[in-house]
Unconditional design. Structure first.
Length: 258
């Protein structure tokens, strides 16, 4: 219950505290709105990490001012702020999240100044982040058109999902991605572990608390989910992301171009 108490405490704070801070000439979400770990509550770290993510997408996925990008689990707009600082406006940025409060912040403070950056709440069920949402099934669909995006960014989202839900999202990514589009995602993966483990005891010396705080996969099984959904891995970086998650850079098609 500790994780739930913390979330409720943040909501109470949000009723009375300012929802922004000004750092280095940029409006950032207030610290109590940043749910991505303690380090991100430091303004310097938050902005530096935002800029680093934008740089990553430029260098590894070819993000340019003419790109169309989908940010899955956008939170309070960390990536959007990084893109605006590093590149400026791009052709289209769409952010989605189950957290309505985060979406409202982004709409008020980002979209109002940068209309190409739009944010949408998605009421899909998640035991940890949106337990009262609508359960995803084979009819699951995000509110966008086929082939609408050149880049899909999924940071610390699949790391809290079970296989069936991951497969639903991967199927959507196939539908939404342009023929030459690319996806960046993170996940907890290891060699020589069970296929799937929820909140594994002692993993990375962390006490995982609450529903789906950490869903760890064997690397081989996770890669089989990607291949089974029609993706192949172009790049992989082990345990280089938040809390020891690994980074995957994936594109359409199985090895050999099938």
């Amino acid at each position: 219950m500790q994780w739930l108490v913390v979330r409720l405490g943040r909501r109470l704070v949000s009723l009375f505290a300012s929802d922004t801070v000004l750092h280095d000439g940029l409006v950032l979400p207030a610290k109590h709105l940043r749910s991505c770990g303690r380090k991100f509550r430091h303004d310097e770290y938050f902005l530096a990490s935002a800029q680093a993510e934008a740089d990553r997408l430029v260098e590894r996925l070819g993000l340019t001012a003419s790109s169309r990008l989908l940010d899955v689990g956008c939170g309070v707009g960390r990536l959007a702020l990084g893109i605006l600082r590093r590149i400026g406006a791009i052709k289209a940025y769409r952010g989605i999240d189950v957290d309505k409060e985060a979406i409202r912040w982004c709409q008020w403070h980002i979209t109002s100044q940068h209309p190409a950056f739009q944010f949408f709440p998605v009421n899909v069920e998640h035991p940890r982040y949106n337990p009262r949402g609508k359960k995803a099934d084979t009819r699951f669909s995000l509110p966008f058109n086929d082939g609408e995006f050149d880049v899909i960014y999924v940071y610390s989202v699949l790391s809290h999902m079970l296989p069936k839900d991951i497969e639903l999202y991967l199927a959507e990514f196939q539908r939404l991605l342009s023929p030459s589009g690319k996806v960046f995602l993170t996940a907890f993966v290891e060699e020589d572990v069970p296929k799937v483990a929820v909140n594994p005891t002692g993993y990375r010396k962390t006490k995982w608390v609450g529903p789906l705080h950490c869903v760890r996969y064997s690397k081989g099984f996770f890669e089989s989910l990607l291949v089974g959904s029609g993706f192949r891995t172009e790049g992989f970086s082990y345990a280089a992301e938040t809390d020891g998650q690994s980074a995957f850079y994936i594109v359409r098609g199985n090895p050999g171009g099938i």
